[in-house]
Design a protein around this ligand. Structure first.
Ligand code: HEM
Ligand code: SF4
Ligand code: SF4
Length: 511
């Protein structure tokens, strides 16, 4: 077990008590960033209605917004600032979390690399925003930024010269700033879309209560500590005391404490290192990716719809069978999670002939899964016998094994076709089935829990058969450290099934 991951998990688990798993903000950081972005956009539109571009007007209108309408313009301004700060915090935590859980290599390199570009874009947008107020902080940021850029051999004339005298800054300059401040967030949004493009069903809206809670927290902060301007910019003076926004402007003092070149080395070095992370820290072995078996595929598209990383494409059929489409797996995108196997209608343990599904993981063949299930079921004894299906990334269900409990672990719980639950219960080979996976909303392969719940609730294909009694099934979403949660779920299930008469439902067999 990775000690960093476990410490991080413990930290995240602390939030499960007040928020519950479903609303734990750690599990929704990407969606929270999206939400904060929309808060910034809406508050920005309000500010823009009153904002006038001009050296004097810019400062004046921001002051009027802050002081003449504190409960509208003032709150909107503060919301705009604090939601922007929130984006930085949530983004850096989202990056750290993906890093600690090793979610950056292989098929995930694209999300990681576009994420690093997003950091730059977020910072550029935020820093540009500070210029818009044209107060002493804007003056400091303008001068420091241009001096920083002047270190690069890009410009024939030093940019910082534009801020030497009061008259150097014109209305046209503020106009240009304002144009940039509208264009950049659009570019940011485009990159946010690109960032999640390879993910099926990416979570870009947090759960409603989390969104409302976040907005309320920002509102309270805006009322308690409204965002205020410094004095109006005056290029004839050197700003003395500046209340820096450390979230965006943290590295700025280093430009003077060290040198512009040293700050370029720091920022450039960190960026290059981050960009290289997927290749520097890639695991030595690669798990085999999903393979299609056209003989058992009817082109139903379920695997295509369920794949969390859009690794499957449906293409015109080439094997002469009377179906329109066939799935094709892109090995570069496949996470080897097996969710497609759980989705395929051919993943039927009841079949008498050799069991091969339409799509399979070569190192986790379905016939082996069935043989292991048979073996586990045959060994069960007692009056509350439970078959547990778990996930390699979650709590290790093999620790639950006893005479009355058999356990099988899969790469992702989404790999479990609902028919396996039916298979374990139908001839009363087990009295109950416990289905366990990662913490709710924190599936290692994003959609495994969601699809499993929908399949068991008979809302998504392949649906659990109507004949299977739901009272005999328990689900439990628990991370590697959540021993108590799994044991509680197992005890609850065993207490329930021990009260139920043993039953088998029918002799009908599928071929
Ligand atoms: C504006 C900033 C960002 C936004 C809005 C954003 C948003 C998102 C969203 C919505 C997801 C999908 C979550 C899901 O449905 O499972 C995601 C995943 C991901 N993000 Fe970001 N992100 C941002 C910045 C970053 C940064 C800075 C990094 C790292 C450098 C990063 C790395 C990743 C990775 C690796 C995934 C894939 C995780 C997985 O496969 O489970 N993101 N991001
Ligand atoms: S194993 Fe997972 S990532 Fe690969 S094709 Fe199947 S569902 Fe998609
Ligand atoms: S789910 Fe199975 S049958 Fe349907 S397209 Fe995919 S491989 Fe073929």
């Amino acid at each position: 077990m990775n000690p960093f991951q476990n410490s991080w998990r413990r930290l995240e688990n602390l939030f499960n008590a007040p928020f519950g798993q479903a609303l734990n903000p750690w599990y929704h950081l990407g969606a929270v960033i999206y939400f904060l972005f929309w808060v910034v956009v809406v508050s920005g539109i309000y500010l823009y209605i009153f904002y006038r571009t001009g050296v004097n007007e810019a400062y004046q209108t921001v002051e009027e917004l802050t002081h003449d309408q504190p409960y509208a313009g003032g709150v909107m301004r503060s919301l705009h600032r604090y939601a922007s700060d929130g984006i930085v915090v949530a983004m850096l935590l989202h990056m750290l979390r993906n890093f600690i859980y090793g979610r950056f290599h292989g098929f995930r390199w694209f999300s990681w690399v576009t994420g690093v570009l997003l950091i730059w874009l977020v910072y550029i947008c935020g820093i540009n925003g500070y210029w818009m107020v044209w107060d002493r902080m804007a003056q400091f940021v303008a001068v420091a930024t241009t001096e920083w850029f002047d270190w690069l051999p890009l410009f024939s004339e030093p940019l910082a010269r534009n801020f030497l005298f009061q008259g150097n800054v014109s209305d046209r300059f503020i106009n240009m700033l304002s144009f940039i401040h509208i264009t950049l967030p659009l570019v940011l949004l485009l990159f946010m879309w690109v960032h999640t493009k390879r993910m099926n069903n990416a979570e870009t809206y947090p759960p409603q209560s989390l969104a409302v809670g976040t907005l309320l927290a920002l509102l309270v902060l805006s009322l308690i500590k409204p965002a205020l301007s410094h004095a109006k910019a005056d290029l004839s003076l050197v700003p003395e005391t500046i209340r820096l926004d450390w979230f965006y402007l943290g590295p700025y003092p280093l430009i003077y404490a060290w040198s512009p070149g040293a700050v370029w080395a720091l920022v450039g070095g960190i960026t290059l290192l981050l960009l290289a992370v997927p290749w520097l820290l890639k695991p030595r072995t690669r798990t085999p990716v999903a393979e299609v078996h056209l003989d058992n595929c009817n082109g139903c598209e379920r695997c295509f719809n369920d794949c969390p990383y859009s690794a499957i494409l449906m293409q015109p059929r080439e094997d002469g069978r009377p179906y329109l489409l066939q799935p094709v797996v892109d090995p570069k995108l496949c996470a080897s999670c097996g969710i497609c196997v759980g989705a395929c209608p051919s993943s039927m343990p009841f079949r008498h002939q050799e069991l091969v599904s339409g799509i399979e993981l070569p190192d986790k063949l379905l016939r082996v899964q069935r043989a292991d299930t048979d073996h586990a079921l045959d060994g069960l004894r007692g009056n509350a016998r439970v078959m547990v299906f778990g996930c390699d990334r979650a709590y290790d269900v093999r620790a639950l094994q006893s005479d009355e409990v058999a356990a099988l672990s899969l790469p992702c719980i989404g790999m479990l076709p609902p028919a396996f639950t039916d298979y374990a219960l139908r001839d009363a080979r087990a009295d109950g089935v416990l289905i366990a996976g990662c913490r709710e909303c924190d599936c290692q392969y994003r959609l495994g829990i969601q699809w499993t719940e929908q399949r068991l609730a008979r809302e998504r294909e392949p649906k659990l058969r109507q004949r299977v009694p739901l009272q005999r099934i328990e689900t439990c979403w628990a991370g590697p450290l959540d021993k108590k949660r799994v044991h509680t779920a197992l005890s609850a299930l065993r207490a329930r099934i021990s009260q139920m008469p043993r039953e088998s439902f029918g002799e009908e067999r599928e071929l």
